[in-house]
Design a protein around this ligand. Structure first.
Ligand code: TYD
Ligand code: MG
Length: 453
């Protein structure tokens, strides 16, 4: 008799059931159950890494200075929490074509240049394709080890034989391992492959980057199941039509999760952007209606974003609300508040909102900017181009305070802005700005009156 076990696993939360279910009883998602068949032998092998778990008392545990590996790519090191931790597993997710492979090859090239041995395992591209990419990046004469392989056993053999310091597996969805009946890319395979790679990493102290494609819903295939197995999860985001790329940490066992790294995709690969505000505001049209600048926080970094709104008379019964880069539900909410609390009628208008540069953000501080941009376009009045604004808008039309006011103001001042509308409650208390005039606002209608007259 064959020792196999069949269970059904939810692709969203990982819960198990003995039979197929249309809706997951634990996370409520529909159609996420997938059949999983595996042999018992394989199940034993994929246990989590042994951590040398001797019983000890917490006050006896000695913490040495973590010896992190700095790649020299500052934006990447920052997102990792100050460099790569040896023996850690980093999942790098993102849409196809966004630049994951490019980033990974550049990271390995940087490490290789520092004298560390690296290995690039590709299940998607041939050695020639990798060579061609490395030529664009100027990394073609580095002795980075290349392995085009999708069978995990071969990868493990290569890793154990050569013992590199860092390994890229591109992508985890193309890899397969024995003992799992389902096809590469299926939830079961991806999870099993990842579990074994994590095990290998912990056992050898080698750092792994696992590249993962993102599904249509915006999650890495086998999403949460994979995310909780690895140490760090990074998302590489951006709009393919724009050169701007943002690397964001969504989970990090070795650092903060709200750091971002900013890159620009050029002909010769990704280059670091140390002053994103400047790049983002470069193409800003001055003194036009519907355009505002908002100092946003991305982790510990301030970034000035240009928000654009266009309100155009609609010929549709239900006017369109199209948003790019901001949450459309949030915009609907703000539109309702504008109509009810500030008397601006938008029911007959199609609304289009865009964050310039292909950036995505969901910071509440953006609210006042969204409202300002929509009102500016709908009333066809401009907001002076030396003015920035930020603040959260509440359902009764009140403007609520936000955090890190000083950092936002400093960034705006540095970029040459001279006036800022901000929540009245955020005024005072250290918000000393020499060259900016600060206008505290309490309600939405007050803010719009002062902004647009
Ligand atoms: P790639 O790293 O292959 O994306 P992913 O692995 O996430 O699918 O990058 C794909 C895009 O990047 C491709 O459209 C070409 C572009 N690119 C550049 O613009 N400059 C470069 O130097 C390189 C290597 C790629
Ligand atoms: Mg790729």
């Amino acid at each position: 008799m064959k020792n196999t076990e069949t269970v059904f696993v939810c692709g969203s939360c990982g819960s198990r059931a003995p039979k197929w279910l249309g809706r997951c009883p634990s996370c409520g998602e529909f159609g996420t159950f997938e059949e999983e068949t595996r042999e018992e032998k394989a199940a034993e092998e994929s246990v989590n890494a042994p951590l040398g778990g001797a019983l000890q008392s917490l006050n006896d545990v000695v913490v040495g200075a973590e010896d992190r590996i700095l790649s020299g790519i500052g934006e990447l090191d920052r997102v990792l929490g100050g460099g790569l931790v040896p023996g850690s597993v980093v999942l790098v997710g993102g849409d196809p074509g966004i630049g994951k492979s490019t980033l990974m090859l550049q990271a390995l090239a940087a490490l290789q240049k520092k004298g560390l041995d690296t290995l690039y395992v590709s299940g998607e591209e041939s050695a020639q394709q990798l060579k061609m990419r490395s030529m664009r990046l100027g990394a073609h004469d580095l002795p980075i080890l290349i392995l085009t392989e999708t069978y995990l056993k071969e990868i493990r053999r290569a890793v154990e034989e050569r013992r590199p310091s860092a390994v890229v597996v591109d992508s985890v969805q193309t890899m397969y391992t024995e003992g799992v009946a389902s096809a590469p890319g299926s939830l079961t395979q991806v999870r099993e492959v990842a579990a074994r790679l994590v095990h290998l990493s912990k056992r050898t102290g080698i750092s792994f980057f696992l590249v993962g494609h993102v599904t249509k819903e915006g999650a890495i295939a086998g999403p949460r199941v994979l995310e909780h197995m690895v140490d760090t999860v990074l998302y590489f985001e951006g709009d393919r039509g724009h050169a701007f790329r943002v690397l964001r940490a969504v989970k990090n066992r070795f650092g903060s999760t709200n750091e971002i790294g900013v890159f620009e995709m050029k002909d010769s690969g990704l280059s670091e952007v140390s002053n994103p505000s400047q790049l983002l505001l470069e193409e800003r049209p001055l003194d036009v209606s519907g355009s505002v600048v908002v100092p946003c926080m991305e982790g510990t970094r301030p970034i000035l974003l240009e928000l654009q709104a266009l309100a155009a008379p609609s010929s549709l019964g239900v006017p369109r609300r199209v948003t790019i880069g901001v949450d459309s539900a949030r915009v609907s909410l703000l539109v309702a508040v504008m109509e009810r609390k500030a008397g601006i009628q938008l029911a007959g208008h199609d609304l289009f909102i865009n964050v310039a540069g292909g950036i995505k953000t969901d910071e509440p501080a953006l609210d006042l900017g969204i409202v300002g941009a929509i009102a500016s376009s709908a009333m066809d009045r401009t907001i002076p181009s030396d003015t920035v604004l930020f603040g959260e808008v509440g359902l009764s039309g009140e403007i609520r305070g936000v955090s890190q006011v000083d950092i936002r103001l400093r960034e705006a001042e540095k970029m040459g802005f001279r006036k800022c509308f901000l929540p009245a409650s955020s005024l005072g208390g250290g918000t000393g700005s020499k060259e900016m005039s600060l206008v505290g606002v309490r309600t939405l209608s007050e803010a719009l009156k002062l902004l647009l007259g």
